[in-house]
Design a protein around this ligand. Structure first.
Ligand code: ZN
Length: 276
């Protein structure tokens, strides 16, 4: 019979879930808690010796699931689009340096132009990065965001749009990050997950919950079981479509950030085992 610790084998936590902690604290605490996967938010790499980060991860037997995040391709200003490409090249290099197999892309949107134009620039931007991604061995995961972010964060708001962009680009280095928070409401979710899996494009699976009522668009996500998303059902669809990677807990929550982070980590483990 599996021990409870064995059941955590596929659990990954995003560092932003424990925003009060620095990178070293996250690595040490996750390792101590029996968590094997970590997705690292880029701001934590500023001023860090990336080789030392890699060595610490290896010493604690932690696997980096993703570097979060690149993207933000669209702009009415060509210089800003160019700058975004350079920043994404840096993200790819950082990912390679710490052993992250993929960069999650929050694709961006510019309120000064149509979503259609932004989507076109997103596809062009990702395409421009293909050779760097392949050379570095780092995949690019398009993360569709909930439509409430379409104004300035992501013109890609449904899994169907993300699937179409990934299919248009048609590269083994480009796929999709599925996040229940952004996708749970979509009546076509099951069929689009199947489509994504059929193409081998499910690169990542992010979990949390949708609080009712939600009091902040950015920082009021729930832990699995706290809200109205049937995370288990969606996980079943994702795994039924061939995904067997880490389940990434990504919760932005003022409420949880204001609590004791070690106790919170235990709650995360329980929520993962019971409600995911
Ligand atoms: Zn996510």
């Amino acid at each position: 019979m599996a021990t409870p610790l064995d059941n955590l084998d596929r659990l990954c936590v995003h560092t932003q879930t424990n925003k009060p902690w620095d990178l070293k604290s996250c690595i040490e605490a996750y390792a101590k808690a029996g968590i094997r996967g970590i997705s690292i938010w880029r701001h934590l790499l500023e001023d860090q010796d990336l080789e030392a980060v890699r060595q610490l991860l290896s010493a604690r037997n932690m696997q980096v699931v993703a570097l979060v995040r690149g993207g933000f391709f669209p702009s009415t200003d060509p210089e800003k689009r160019q700058h975004a490409l350079e920043d994404n090249r840096l993200a790819i290099a950082q990912a390679a340096a710490i052993g992250a197999p993929q960069v999650v892309l929050v694709c961006g949107a510019d309120p000064g132009q149509s979503l259609e134009t932004s989507r076109k620039q997103i596809q062009e931007g990702i395409t421009a990065l293909l050779s760097e991604a392949a050379t570095a061995g780092v995949k690019l995961a398009i993360e569709p965001l909930h439509p409430m972010y379409a104004g300035d964060k992501s013109a890609v708001t449904t899994l169907a749009e993300a699937n179409t962009i990934a299919e248009n680009i048609n590269s083994p280095w480009v796929g999709v990050a599925l996040d229940v928070y952004h996708l749970w409401w979509d009546q076509d979710l099951e069929s689009e997950i199947k489509r994504c899996g059929k193409n081998g494009n499910i690169f990542a699976f992010h979990v949390c919950d949708w609080n009712v009522p939600t009091v902040d668009m950015l920082t009021d996500r729930g832990l699995m079981g706290e809200g109205c998303i049937d995370v288990k059902q969606i996980r079943g669809w994702v795994e039924g479509s061939g995904f067997d990677g880490f389940i990434e807990v990504e919760v932005f929550s003022e409420r949880h950030w204001n609590s004791d982070q070690n106790q919170y980590l235990e709650k995360i483990k329980t929520a993962y085992l019971k409600h995911t």
